[in-house]
Design a protein around this ligand. Structure first.
Ligand code: 5GP
Ligand code: ZN
Length: 141
């Protein structure tokens, strides 16, 4: 399903032109308008999902396969030294467009691109509390 007010629905479905580097029946990958690095692209499903938690399994699995394939292609063509996959969910996490998208950010040695955070330290107390809180008993489906 598409949402009329969603810009990524329009871009993914070709209603607004984009600098597309890959397209299939369900996804489009196009260059980010404000790239963090040379070749920064967005992988976007044609169907509207606001974020990771709304996306179905089939799209999730396909997105990761495509990220691997497109990422390998970027490494070959751009000669990048690494690749960041970034995927923001929710305003607090930096999401500004509320249609699922996966950033593919080619990285070059010493490029200074800031996909990073200030490392904290895990105290014994937090370790105990969070392990108890977050432990998942069993295998996830
Ligand atoms: P977010 O912060 O939601 O994870 O990332 C949104 C990304 O979409 C940003 O990197 C921004 O530059 C990109 N973006 C927003 N609007 C457009 C657009 O109209 N066209 C393209 N190609 N990229 C866009
Ligand atoms: Zn949308």
């Amino acid at each position: 399903m598409k949402e009329n007010s969603c810009i990524f629905c329009k871009l993914a479905n070709g209603e607004i032109p984009s600098a597309t580097i890959y397209e299939d029946e369900d996804f489009r990958c196009f260059l980010d308008l404000n790239p963090a690095s040379r070749g920064h692209a967005l992988l976007v499903p044609k169907e509207h999902f606001a974020n990771l938690f709304e996306m179905d399994r089939e799209h999730l699995e396909r997105a990761m396969v495509l990220a691997q394939r497109i990422g390998a292609h970027m490494k070959e063509k751009l000669g990048c030294d690494g690749l960041n996959l970034v995927q923001n969910n929710g305003e607090a996490a930096g999401q500004t467009v509320f249609h699922f998208h996966l950033h593919l950010i080619p990285r070059y040695q010493g490029d200074g691109v800031g996909v990073s955070w200030k490392p904290g330290s895990l105290t014994d107390e937090a370790k105990e509390e969070l392990t108890a809180l977050l432990s998942l008993g069993g295998t996830l489906e």
